[in-house]
Write a protein that binds this ligand. Sequence first.
Ligand SMILES: *Cc1c(COP(=O)(O)O)cnc(C)c1O
Length: 356
Amino acid sequence: MIPIVKHLSKSLKPKPDQEKLEFGKVFTDHMFVADYEEGKGWHQASIIPYGPIEIDPAAMVFHYGQAVFEGMKCYRAEDGRLLLFRPEMNFKRMNASDERMCIPYIDEDFAMEALLQLLKVERDWVPSLEGTSLYIRPFVFATESALGVHPSRSYKFFIIVSPVGPYYKEGLNPVRICLEEEYVRAVKGGVGFTKGAANYAISLKGQEKAQKSGYTQVLWMDGVERKYIEEVGTMNVFFVIDGEAITPSLTGSILPGVTRDSVMRILKSWGIKASERRISAEEIFEAHAAGKLEEAFGSGTAAVISPISELSWGSRNITLCEGKTGKLAGRLYNELTGIQYGRIEDRFGWVKEVPL
Ligand SMILES: *Cc1c(COP(=O)(O)O)cnc(C)c1O
């Protein structure tokens, strides 16, 4: 394995007030970085003081957008242990994203080792207040200084970490969502299944439009027929119709969420029917009209579970669960956060303790 060298900071920053933590605003004392060069592979891995880096203006990432990222969290259990939730899935997905973007493979054991070493250095930054965590952002981007569209011959791989507050300050907070009919996020054959930076640039316009109309997030529809549900901004989505929890199947245009997979497995373990299939907007609105749409929610690392209280589609508008958190959404939130914070038994073997 590539050796990881440490150059630690001599002066540490003051830790932020845990009560006032937001999302992704504060970064810790150190970061992990490794370089890639054609012919040499990944090398020069180090943990160094957090700070600005120097990049050539011709670096290909600025022009052709060859960049991917990941997102996961480190949770502090009541007994002080630091826990990760299915982190190997994130590094596997990072490589799936890299592969699609012609970015070289990063050994997953090496990436995990880099993360564990960084977390060991930054362990005092993992907050302990209810609902707080240390958000982990691995990312890779093209650094070759050259114009002309081709895969870069050099890259950098970083991991930065940020203490974050609970996503919703007052616990589970239902969100209002609108279906987007004008813009699309992804199509089959494209890069929708990756956490490629491009996907998020593409989504901004629709997101801005939704927020201007008073909605929290966009619900994307398929880019071909504009009929089928895909996912929310940075969350996968579930609809509970007549006792069955349905989430759109992974056909290449949807991000395969770690939380999505975990929700499916928990639901099945509870004996609840959980299906991955195509689901149209029409089916959802018809189910609502027939009184069969029980609830809907989003799933993702940042918010864990996000109940949907209102759904708008053109001139049609429906309210779910009288604007409150649905039964299943609440139960799933408690189960997932219980496992993540080590409060309840890790019956699926999902938790990885950070060795300190
Ligand atoms: C990150 C992300 C998700 C959720 O994935 P998790 O692994 O559950 O955090 C869903 N959709 C999009 C577009 C995302 O970027």
